[in-house]
Ligand binder design. Structure first.
Ligand SMILES: Nc1ncnc2c1ncn2[C@@H]1O[C@H](COP(=O)(O)OP(=O)(O)O)[C@@H](O)[C@H]1O
Ligand SMILES: [Mg+2]
Length: 284
C-alpha cells in the first residue's frame, strides 16, 4: 500500500480501527509507518486548531481535494514552471478539448498553507468571467498533488513577445486598454491581482491579451490571517511602493493600477521601470 493511500484510508477511521488497519497494512517500526503516523498527527493538529475547516474542500468523509483529475484530464507536455507549480498542456477527456493544468509541486499533505494559497488562486480567478482573463475550470488533485484546470491560451506571454518584437504604440495602447478594462472588471467583482507583469499576461495568436496567474491574488478588504504586515509578496520590478514595503493594509485597487503602469512602461520601452541585482536593490 502506498503512503498517501494509507493516510487517506486511515484518516476516515476511528482511532481504534485506524490502529488495526495500520497494523495490517504497514508494519510497526517501519519508516513508512512512522511517516503515516506523522502525517496523521499533523492532520489531527490542523483539525483541532480549525485550520482544516479553512480548507473547505477537505472533507473527512470524502476525498481530500475534490475531483480526481486523472479521471477527467490527460496531462501532456510541461509548458511552464514557477516557484510553486508546474504548468502542463492537458486534454479534457469528457469535453474533448485542450486545457491547461497547473499542478502544485508538493503533495497534498505537506504544506497546508501552500494548498490554501493555491485554492485561493483558483477561487479568486474562477470568480471572474471575462474575455481578457484566463478562465479557471476546476480544482482537484492529480496523483496526490493539488491541481487547477484552466483555459488553454494558444500563444505566448507578453514577456516572451516583447523579447521578439517591439510593438507599435497603437498596439500597446490597444493591449493596455483591454488589460485595464479586465482589471477594472476584476476589481468590481472584488478581486485584486497584485502580480500584474508581462510574464503573467498571455497573448493569443490573434493578439488578444489574457491575464493569468492569480497566485498572489486576494479579495478587496480581505485580511489574510497568514499574511502579516511586513510580508512582501509579488515581483519586485513591478511592485507598487505599498506592496514593496510590505504595507499590506494599504494594498488596494491602486496597487494593480501601478502594475498596469509598469506593464505599459515595459511594452513601450522594452524594460521594467526598476531593475537591480537583487530584490533588496530594486526596492531601494
Ligand atoms: N492558461 C494557460 N495557457 C497557456 N500557457 C499557460 C497558461 N497558464 C500558464 N501558462 C504558461 O505557464 C507559465 C507559468 O504560469 P503561471 O500561471 O504564471 O505560473 P507561476 O505561478 O509559476 O508564475 C506562463 O508564463 C505560461 O507560459
Ligand atoms: Mg507567473
Amino acid at each position: 500500500m502506498k503512503l498517501l493511500d494509507a493516510v487517506a484510508e486511515s484518516v476516515r477511521m476511528t482511532p481504534d480501527r485506524r490502529r488495526s488497519f495500520l497494523d495490517t497494512t504497514c508494519a510497526e517500526e517501519t519508516p513508512m509507518r512512522r511517516q503515516v503516523e506523522e502525517l496523521l498527527a499533523r492532520y489531527e493538529r490542523l483539525k483541532n486548531t480549525g485550520q482544516l475547516d479553512r480548507l473547505a474542500c477537505i472533507h473527512e468523509e470524502e476525498r481530500f481535494l475534490g475531483v480526481d483529475f486523472s479521471e477527467y484530464y490527460e496531462l501532456g507536455a510541461e509548458i511552464g514552471r514557477g516557484a510553486a507549480g508546474i504548468v502542463y498542456r492537458a486534454r479534457d477527456l469528457m469535453l474533448n478539448r485542450e486545457v491547461v493544468v497547473k499542478k502544485l509541486r508538493k503533495p497534498r499533505f505537506s504544506f497546508p498553507e501552500e494548498i490554501e494559497r493555491f485554492l485561493k488562486e483558483a477561487r479568486t480567478a474562477s470568480a471572474l468571467n471575462h474575455p481578457n482573463i484566463v478562465h479557471v475550470y476546476a480544482f482537484g488533485e492529480h496523483q496526490g498533488s493539488p491541481c487547477l484546470a484552466m483555459e488553454f491560451v494558444d500563444g505566448q506571454s507578453l514577456a516572451e513577445r516583447l523579447r521578439l518584437v517591439a510593438p507599435s504604440p497603437e498596439n500597446v495602447a490597444r493591449t493596455i486598454l483591454k488589460l485595464a478594462r479586465a482589471v477594472d472588471y476584476a476589481h468590481d467583482i472584488g478581486v485584486l491581482h497584485l502580480d500584474l507583469k508581462p510574464n503573467n499576461v498571455l497573448l493569443t495568436k490573434e493578439n488578444e491579451p489574457k491575464i493569468g496567474d492569480f497566485g498572489v491574488a486576494t479579495w478587496i478588504g480581505f485580511r489574510d490571517s497568514t499574511a502579516s504586515e511586513g510580508d512582501i509578496i509579488g515581483t519586485p520590478s513591478y511592485m507598487a511602493p505599498e506592496q514593496a514595503e510590505g504595507r499590506t493594509t494599504d494594498i488596494d485597487r491602486a496597487t494593480d493600477v501601478y502594475g498596469l503602469g509598469a506593464i505599459l512602461y515595459e511594452t513601450l520601452t522594452g524594460r521594467p521601470p526598476f531593475r537591480g541585482e537583487s530584490p533588496q536593490a530594486i526596492l531601494k
